[in-house]
Design a binder for this molecule. Structure first.
Ligand code: DOR
Length: 428
């Protein structure tokens, strides 16, 4: 008998507690309930099966100058092995993405190597051509640096206002890195936290909110403190993300001068980390801010010269799945923040359990394991979560194709996710 779908996920435990089969064909879920027929069937009885996660904040590096930190191949393998089936790449590359030409070069680099779905954002800086990048297929704009960071120079409030107007005119999403940086000696994690303080982040959030036209779709990147979160929900059309490193790491866990833990916005004190968890229900999106730098770059310089950023795309879902298994957060809330909400905010098709959703899934075993850098795939070669508990997927599926199976990668149907402004061959 001829198969009538590409893949069946059998005996899958749905978040509502029912057991169901999911049939996937031509990249999409075509049926949820009793199974169709297929030559390929995976029994999911021993797994927790999640729709593929969307990590809307990664830095895949690559190009001539940064491939030692990460490439599209190593970064997307890292994503897939961590249950992330779609990544959104940030434009602070070398060269940065500011026009149709740099955008298209980046796109071609990704298309050749990516193992997962990907979107690419357009950069917002003084020489940026926003309309041109929108037509070339930029998914969103930013992260715009309202405070300088690794590979990103700060823009001022007037420029931000003008850029926001351009972005709202085309009805695109603006994403923003909001911080305030004080002058001072940046020589320890303690001082890094003071110079880029929680209060400063909250004040930057206020200023950005004041600057944004009311109809702008605005998304705040990596909020690190409850102070900032409390400011956000006053404006409609506004969402924000929180990173695993602000939820799982604090300054107290590292030596005072340990550059490995340097990141912007900084790690906060243990008390703030715990308070951030109390905001779990308010958080729209969890994203990784995967910002790989090699171990040697993170350990060979004086603290003030160490590049900021932590690798994290492969450990985001595993860390959070461990919290699910320990019953500290619900599976539903995790799926909202890592699948449905980022898809809705970006305006892209979502993976999911029902007919019409993208057929991207990750099958997680029901037990935790120790996170070990040796088992991860980023060129960074280290992880700030060494020794912590995680749940890594055994099998990952994109569009009905198995792209990862217990350590082995297969090229499947991972593809470019275009922004809504895309016009073929008309980017100029
Ligand atoms: O710590 C950071 N590193 N924060 C950012 O916003 C940029 C990132 C990077 O690209 O390395």
């Amino acid at each position: 008998m001829l198969p009538c779908c590409d893949l069946i996920l059998k005996n899958l435990l749905m978040p509502d507690g029912l057991i169901s089969d999911i049939s996937i064909n031509d990249g999409y879920v075509i049926h949820s309930g009793l199974s169709e027929k297929s030559e390929k069937v995976i029994d999911c009885s021993d797994y927790i099966c999640l729709p593929g996660a969307v990590d809307m904040h990664v830095h895949m590096r690559g190009g001539q100058k940064q491939s030692h930190k990460e490439t599209w191949e190593s970064g997307s393998k890292s994503a897939v092995a961590g249950g992330v089936t779609t990544v959104v790449d940030q434009p602070n590359t070398i060269p940065s993405i500011t026009n149709a030409e740099t955008f298209t070069d980046r796109l071609n680099e990704a298309k050749k190597a990516a193992f997962c779905n990907f979107g690419i954002n357009g950069g917002v800086q003084h020489d940026s051509r926003i309309d041109e990048m929108y037509r070339a297929g930029a998914l969103a704009f930013g992260e715009t640096f309202f405070a300088e960071s690794s590979y990103g120079s700060a823009v001022d409030a007037q420029f931000l206002k003008e850029s926001f107007l351009k972005i709202s005119k085309i009805n695109a999403l603006a994403t923003i890195h909001a911080e305030t940086v004080l002058e001072g000696v940046d020589d320890s994690l303690f001082n890094h936290d003071i110079l880029r303080s929680q209060q400063g982040e909250a004040e930057a959030v206020d200023l950005v909110l004041k600057t944004a036209p009311s109809d702008l779709k605005l998304h705040f990147c990596h909020l690190s403190s409850p102070l900032s979160i409390e400011r956000i929900h006053k404006r409609s059309n506004t969402t924000f993300e929180v990173m695993p490193h602000h939820l799982f790491l604090s300054t107290e866990m590292f030596g005072e001068k340990d550059g490995k833990a340097k990141v912007n916005p900084p790690l906060r004190h243990e008390r703030t980390r715990q308070q951030l968890w109390e905001k779990w229900n308010d958080i729209d999106v969890i994203a990784s801010d995967h910002a790989p730098h090699t171990l040697s770059e993170k350990t060979s310089y004086e603290f003030h010269s160490v590049p900021s950023g932590l690798p994290g795309v492969e450990t985001m879902m595993p860390l959070l799945m461990a919290m699910v298994i320990e019953k500290k957060i619900s599976l539903n809330s995790l799926i909202q923040k890592t699948v449905y909400n980022p898809s809705r905010i970006l305006g892209i098709e979502s993976s999911g359990y029902i007919k019409g959703c993208k057929g991207d899934f990750a099958l997680y075993p029901k037990k935790t394991a120790k996170i070990k850098a040796d088992l991860l795939h980023s060129h960074a070669g280290w992880t700030p979560y060494e020794g912590m508990q995680g749940v890594f997927p055994d099998i990952v599926i994109i569009g009905g194709d198995i792209v990862y199976d217990k350590g082995e990668f297969y090229r499947g149907s991972g593809r470019w996710i275009k922004g809504k402004g895309y016009i073929a061959n008309k980017s100029k």
